[in-house]
Design a protein around this ligand. Structure first.
Ligand SMILES: *Cc1c(COP(=O)(O)O)cnc(C)c1O
Length: 459
């Protein structure tokens, strides 16, 4: 029987390379939304699991032919939905090596190349983000798992301070943990708390940009019931782009003995730009920070960063202490993340930092902000349109009259296909939201997208 062990490796890779370039070259011109639905793509795939082998070149050819109509031009310059990010060419190239090298990166002695790159990338990131240099950076799958990982360290540490060891005692019968969050935190904070058995958090009042009101936080902290406390702050509100006032809120939380976590999935990178650093002023005083590399920093999925000041707290929460594993004094990469087996996520992060340099990362962030500003100015000039947020970073929230009119513009944008924007609700109103987070977005992309918005608003 043919087991496929004598396959032609290079023909498959050559074909994948050509197909990848075709896709990337199509991004500038193709409509952003997919042309085919899930059902239509499914109909293009042979539903029968084959009995025998097929060579890799034929397989990737067939895959691309079926999938091409169902692909969303997300990595292109005119995708402004959610907060997505793009893929920088250096990160993409390094990511191909990640798959070819296929390193399982949990332990230093087994994959020293990745450990060395991860250690260096950790130092670079802490420097760039203005965070304490001895902090630990865990390379996880995304912002959700970064929040989860940081909050696991937080939960265990605040309970440990009360003499309760979660690792051996579990949560049942523990003093419990009180979690205070801004009323406009990202839903993944709630999800992480659920995974951690901490239940629903207590929301704290926010201002008209979604920023935690320091007096409201102080009042909530003073109304404590003796349980250890975690405070979740935010760098980058998905609607307004706003940042919590870290100086006052972190001081108040620490005075009350709380652990402070910052969800900065896309906003933490404001720290990497001298022109935007003021937005995160005081953020380095927190205890943990979650961010994504696959958003603002433009590496491919999936890459989040769980950053914890107290390395030992992270290691205590995430480390696995089985005797059969080989431990190293420097700490193992797997001690900082939930997974044992994982791909070489630090390689593409290193590559984008190595390619852009400090100034390039700052220019990347500033470029997003300038495009967001141009969107806001363009929208404000449209008859009947209104920009609802203070555009301080990469997010623009707009309304085009009443909710029905705004939803109509969101639908018309999708049908037009020039650009992708997201419909959402913010502060009780239907909104159209734009998020700029792709290195390849140009001023011409912004102008073409504004033209589409003008057409949608005038229809
Ligand atoms: C995107 C986002 C998350 C979740 O990140 P994923 O990478 O999608 O898991 C969490 N918080 C904020 C503020 C985000 O923008």
């Amino acid at each position: 029987m043919d087991t496929g062990t004598d396959v032609d490796r290079s023909a498959g890779l050559d074909r994948a390379h050509a197909l990848a370039l075709e896709w990337l070259d199509s991004l500038a011109e193709r409509p952003v939304p997919p042309r085919a639905t899930t059902e239509e793509v499914a109909a293009l795939l042979d539903p029968v699991l084959p009995d025998g082998p097929t060579d890799p070149a034929t397989v990737v050819e067939e895959l691309a032919a079926a999938c091409e109509p169902g692909l969303n031009a997300m990595p292109g310059g005119r995708f402004f939905g959610f907060v997505i990010g793009g893929t920088h060419p250096a990160a993409l190239a390094a990511d191909w090596l990640v798959s070819a090298w296929d390193q399982n990166t949990g332990l230093r002695v087994i994959t020293p190349a990745h450990s060395a790159v991860e250690d260096l990338t950790e130092r670079w990131l802490l420097d760039l983000l203005g965070l304490p240099g001895h902090s630990a950076v865990g390379f996880v799958t995304g912002g959700t798992m970064a929040n989860f990982t940081c909050l696991a360290a937080a939960r265990d540490e605040v309970l440990r301070r009360q003499g309760w060891d979660v690792a051996t005692q579990g949560l049942v019968g523990s003093p419990g943990v009180r979690v205070l969050v801004g009323a406009e935190r990202h839903d993944t904070i709630d999800l992480s708390l659920r995974y951690l058995g901490l239940g629903a958090p207590e929301p704290v009042g926010v201002d008209d940009q979604g920023r935690v009101v320091p007096a409201a936080l102080t009042a909530a902290l003073e109304a404590g019931d003796g349980r250890p406390t975690i405070v979740c702050l935010q760098a980058g509100n998905v609607h307004s782009g706003a940042f919590d006032p870290f100086v006052e809120t972190i001081a108040a939380a620490h005075d009350a003995g709380a652990w402070v976590h910052v969800d900065g999935a896309f906003g933490l990178f404001a720290a990497a730009s001298p022109a935007r650093r003021h937005l995160v002023e005081g953020h380095e005083g927190a205890d943990s920070w979650a961010t994504d590399a696959h958003k603002t920093l433009n590496v491919p999925y999936d890459c989040g960063l769980a950053i914890v000041r107290d390395r030992a707290a992270l290691r205590a929460a995430m480390g696995m202490h089985g005797d059969y594993l080989i431990f190293d004094a420097a700490g193992e990469p797997m001690d900082k993340v939930p997974e044992i087996s994982r791909r070489g996520r630090a390689f593409p992060v290193w590559a984008v930092l190595r390619s852009l340099g400090r100034e390039g990362v700052a220019a990347l962030v500033d470029g997003y902000c300038e495009h967001a500003r141009a969107f806001a100015d363009g929208i404000a000039a449209i008859e009947g349109a209104e920009v609802l947020n203070d555009v301080v970073f990469t997010q623009v929230c707009a309304a085009f009259g009443d909710d029905e009119a705004t939803r109509g513009v969101v639908e018309a944008m999708l049908a037009d296909g020039t650009a992708w924007t997201t419909g959402s609700r913010w502060r009780g109103r239907a909104v159209l939201r734009m998020s700029v987070s792709n290195w390849s977005t140009t001023a011409a992309d912004v102008e073409a997208s504004l033209d589409a918005l003008r057409r949608a608003a005038a229809r």
